[in-house]
Design a protein around this ligand. Sequence first.
Ligand code: M6R
Length: 585
Amino acid sequence: MGVMCGVFAVSAESRTDAGELTLQGLRRLEYRGYDSWGFAVRGSDGPATITKDVGKISEADIAFPSSGEVISHSRWATHGGVTQANAHPHRVGRVTLVHNGICENYAALKQAFPGHEYVSETDTEVIARVIDHYLGQGMGPVAAIRQAVEQIEGRYAVVCFIDGQAGIYAARRGSPLIIGRNETETYIASDIPAFLTETNVVNYLDDDEMVHIVGGKAEYFNLTTGASVQKRDIAVQWQYEQAEKGDFAHFMIKEITEQKDTLKAAIDHTDTELNRAVNLLRECNGAYFIACGTAHKAAMVAEYFFAEVSRRKVNIVAASEMKYFQQFVNDRTAMIAVSQSGETADTLEELQKAQTKGAKILSLTNVVSSSMARMSDVHLPINAGPEQAVASTKAATAQMALLLLLAYAESGRTNEGRELLHTVAGNVNDMINPRYEEHIAEIAKSIVERENLFIIGRGALAPMAYEAAIKIQEVSYIHAQGFAAGELKHGPIALITDGVPVIVLGDDLETISNATELKARGAHLIGVSAQRDDIFDEWIRVPDCGTAQCIASIIPVQILSYHLAVLRGVDPDKPRNLAKSVTVK
Ligand code: M6R
């Protein structure tokens, strides 16, 4: 059924190696889904040849025939098994198609368009069937695709070949598609790194638009009216090397290490840019920060930042829970979205609902071309550069740094915030070094066999305890749970038995007193703090960063999670069941 995946297609008339080119590009999108993969390769005549299989595209060995046009797909299944039959592309009649998103009414469409024997359990095959139906009625490709996608309920990005028609067609609503172009070649991808080796000139396909590419030409149409759409060429700033692993064993550790620089980049905003965000916040009388997963934990620290720095109470809500509070959103509400990808479906949908009520949208995203960025009244990029590992690391600390600067800007003390964050960036730069990493790797060895692990913190370090748990769970599969330090004695302390590792974030008196209660019950304490306390069994030093302590404190836990994953034989970049960009609900 529905998938949220990587899509990459190439139309390069004068090339014969589009297969290999697509393979390399699709591998750079693997973070989006890695259950199975597939290619449709167009020869000089006849239908495209489909090759697809289960497994990771990074491990696939494929011999491509000579071709200048290929469509490819890397899948993350939501429903419907991980099987070769369910892998994309799907072919029905004249149509060979890949799909990212979810066709919610696929069952109804199957009934409405009988006459095809389905070979997969996906919601995708029916889209190809409906397009083929309209082609069979004599419609041209653009009309047939428009007519078909109009009937899809849900979010989608579809890319297809049509037999007998030159080039590749694509349409989108809610799932990203970016067009890259040079003079003789055009690319369609879910994300820019797929084609960054070839070009940095892009056009963004908007919702309810479609594109037809042939060689170096791209024609755009509005899906509703069929009218032609003109696009502005945009040169993106990301460098190809930024999206490569280089000498690092995994993207995760590369991205953790990059935090030496990304914190500074995150706060690289002029007063004018920050003031636009501040004005939006000041003009509204209610503020909801919404986000998911790690971005949600990063947003949670904003509640502490705004309370401490600008004395303002803001609301932080997991985007998947926001629907229960939409009743309080009106044209005086500020909705602040925090997201690495800017495409997360739960967040996007709540923003869209709020926008229809007149709420003002401020977004902090890493992907500047994302749906969230483009729908916002004010957008602040977090400038972390491409984040490819499924586990969010540098994006999370960049989000927190920018949120803290925003709190300072709102209180009229932007420069004080900048100074603090520059000091923090310098401290983090000193902190991340091979010796530091080795020390943490040793600690990882001492706890790697443990089945349970707990993390505690207070104040802004409480959300970091929750975030630490996400990091450890998602890449090492160890059961980890984070708690506000003071909450332990109200229940969770029953879980503490002899030798259970507890990571203690912070060294303030109350946290140490809570840690002491755990120690008395046999816990093995790993302190992550500026000062070493005698009760810690092991200690990882973090520099004293004042209000920004949470930013520095999560980094050693990221490193610990990475080493736990490697020690347990998990690929930290592609842990099971996950995908980087969660574009389905
Ligand atoms: O792209 P986003 O920041 O909106 O993604 C939100 C979450 O899906 C993401 O942070 C997820 O929790 C990470 N895998 C955690 O490392």
